[in-house]
Design a protein around this ligand. Sequence first.
Ligand SMILES: Cc1ncc(COP(=O)(O)O)c(C=O)c1O
Length: 333
Amino acid sequence: MDQRPLLPSDGLKKDPYGAHEPPIYQTSTFVFDRAADAAAAFAGETAGYVYTRINNPTVAAWERKLAALESAGTGSEAWALAYGSGMGAATAAILACVKQGDHVVGVRPLVDNTFATPVLQQPLALGADLVVQSSTKYLGGHGTVVGGGVIARDKAFVAGPLLGIRKVFGSVPSPFDTWLLLQGVKTLELRVERATTTAAKIVAVLAKHPKVAWIRYPGLPSDPGHEVAKKQMKGFGAMIAFGIRGGTEAGRRFMDALQVAKRAVSLGCTDTLIEHPASMTHAHLSPEELTEAGITADLIRVSVGLEDADELEGDLLRALDVAAAGVTVAAGR
Ligand SMILES: Cc1ncc(COP(=O)(O)O)c(C=O)c1O
């Protein structure tokens, strides 16, 4: 029952009213003129929308955009499905590849391209079969949407098992959320370029700061991922991890002293978001699991945003000074 129009055009060349922006089709279901039309649509004999858990014109417009973004460098077509979250997308991709009792001996390479974004890295062109995106992050870019996507070149896989899994598990995004994504993604390239430039500046300062014990950023020649990143990425991105001397307590003082960057999880937002994984996103892990995942008590993760680079640098340096002085200040705004 695959009646979802996966083709780049769903039959309409443009909006019937000439709207510049795509309308939000905020409807759960679609009405048929005749019973025979409904039967034909459900049998997959005609393309058309039937129910928003299965397909929706606003969601489909976002899916075409998503596919185009991730295959921009390949010159070939890709197909995409959107989800209600990045975790929903990753789960669906895995469930569509394996079934109960399977033994995995030859695997489909699946790349989570959330940190890199399609602007900096094109996994399908590099040989991956599947790409997963948390569109919550850079694609949406403004911290207003939770969403995800799976992108592949194999149309039969997308229209078959992948769509089948989504129909059954129901992890669809809302038309309004995909409309927000269509707006946010327009500035993706500009945002990624700006954040990457600022990140490089911040890394240069942090790397020689006495309060910083270690730093991970793929743009640093000393970073274990540098050579691979140099070979396959157009830039090194805007995610930084560093260890602060003084461990958890110093980390807490640093976090509390921030006034420009926001103390928050997530990433890829217009605002710089800083988190302490051991006490926030990964607090549920045991000490052994934290060690296995490479998450040390002193680790601080920075997702660089679009603030003025000097202002952001000043904020981080001041917070490091506060952490070094061993005093606690009132939390910033
Ligand atoms: C790299 C990466 N992939 C996937 C996810 C999951 O995305 P979501 O929170 O949209 O479910 C996250 C969430 O932080 C992430 O950082």
